[in-house]
Design a protein around this ligand. Structure first.
Ligand code: FAD
Ligand code: NAP
Length: 270
């Protein structure tokens, strides 16, 4: 893909969740517009990072681009992103060294159809958002848009990570529950279901999403019936999770969303 419409953006903050997970905010170009759920192409030039400049290293002078979902809402003044670190990954092995004041490249064309606008009205009662790992990002953006809260009776966010320390944004999710819940006069509207698969965590489920769908544990934890007439379902993250969960949902009678109709919409991260 050629990189046109490139803007320089400045890193404004960085939050480290674990050695392999971090978030950061960058300045938002005035003209840049997007819809909650979309992604952009972010670029890093290793030779321009302070980390390399201060170490006097000859890091490669090349622009490396990758797709990143936007965490922040379309109404925010800054853009926020949530990133994995893949130790030998061309992009994230560099991006992990980001410091406040560093500069990144942003292709200001937003991409992607994992947006709520893809669903035709009339909308069903419930919205199920199922994420693994950094696949949480587009759902956080949607959950900061009041329209999402006004459009559905229940919003169920299920977020699966290997270990409890890899569940990021827990405070933010609680704040969203409280703040938007009170704006729509329903503090119980957002039902959050953490899932931790490789260790036990109090209050979290402990199996993969397809298992939890088939055995009914996800619906039971949500306290909401999951049926084909009442649910829009979005999947984001690990492509194997997306495939396995999609097939499981199809076996339960759900259908892919096409031309606005149907339950399931998906986005694969690799
Ligand atoms: C539409 C879309 C949106 C994306 N949004 C995000 C995002 O918001 N945050 C983010 O961290 N990544 C996101 N990605 C993945 C991102 O584009 C890069 O793949 C990632 O930054 C790793 O780049 P890399 O060059 O270091 O490794 P790559 O060479 O790109 O990937 C190497 C391997 O790392 C694994 N991997 C890649 N990305 C992830 C990930 N996010 N979580 C777990 N394992 C991964 C896969 O096994 C992959 O084959 C998105 C990808 C797509 C297609
Ligand atoms: N070395 C480490 O300690 C370490 C730790 C974390 C990540 N990583 C690296 O980071 C990358 C990905 O890590 P990640 O944790 O973000 O993503 P991940 O492997 O996709 O795991 C995130 C969540 O997705 C679940 N999942 C994976 N495949 C699934 C499927 N087919 N169906 C349903 N759920 C599924 C995982 O469950 P399961 O636990 O059952 O797989 C886990 O709960 C990998 O390249 C990995 O090597 C390394």
């Amino acid at each position: 893909m050629s990189e046109s419409n490139i803007a320089l953006v400045e890193v404004l903050s960085k939050t480290t969740w674990t050695p392999n997970l971090f978030s950061f905010t960058v300045s938002r170009p005035d003209s840049f517009k997007f819809t909650a759920g979309q992604f952009v192409r972010l670029g890093v030039n290793p030779s321009k990072l302070r980390y390399h400049l201060e170490a006097g290293n000859n890091a490669p002078d090349e622009d490396i681009f990758r797709a990143y979902s936007i965490v922040s809402s379309p109404f925010d003044e800054v853009l926020e992103f949530f990133s994995i670190v893949i130790p030998d990954g061309a992009f994230t092995s560099e991006l992990q060294h980001l410091q406040v004041g560093d500069t990144l490249l942003l292709n200001t064309t937003p991409f992607g159809f994992l947006t709520l606008a893809r669903y035709q009205k009339p909308l069903p009662k419930d919205l199920w958002l199922l994420a693994t790992g950094t696949g949480l990002a587009p759902f956080l953006s949607m959950l900061q848009d009041l329209q999402t809260w006004q459009d559905y009776e229940h919003i169920i966010l299920a977020y699966s990570a290997r270990s409890k320390d890899e569940l990021a944004y827990l405070d933010k999710i609680q704040t969203l529950q409280e703040d938007f819940g009170s704006l729509v006069d329903n503090p119980a509207k957002l039902i959050f279901i953490p899932i931790v698969t490789r260790e036990k965590m109090a209050g979290a489920l402990h199996a993969r999403l397809p298992t939890l769908l088939l055995n009914g544990d996800l619906a039971k934890a949500a306290g909401v019936e999951l049926d084909t007439d009442s649910a829009h379902i979005m999947l984001c993250g690990n492509p194997e999770m997306v495939e396995d969960t999609k097939e499981t949902l199809k076996s339960m009678g759900f259908v892919m969303n096409r031309r606005g109709e149907g339950n399931i919409a998906v986005e694969n991260y690799w």
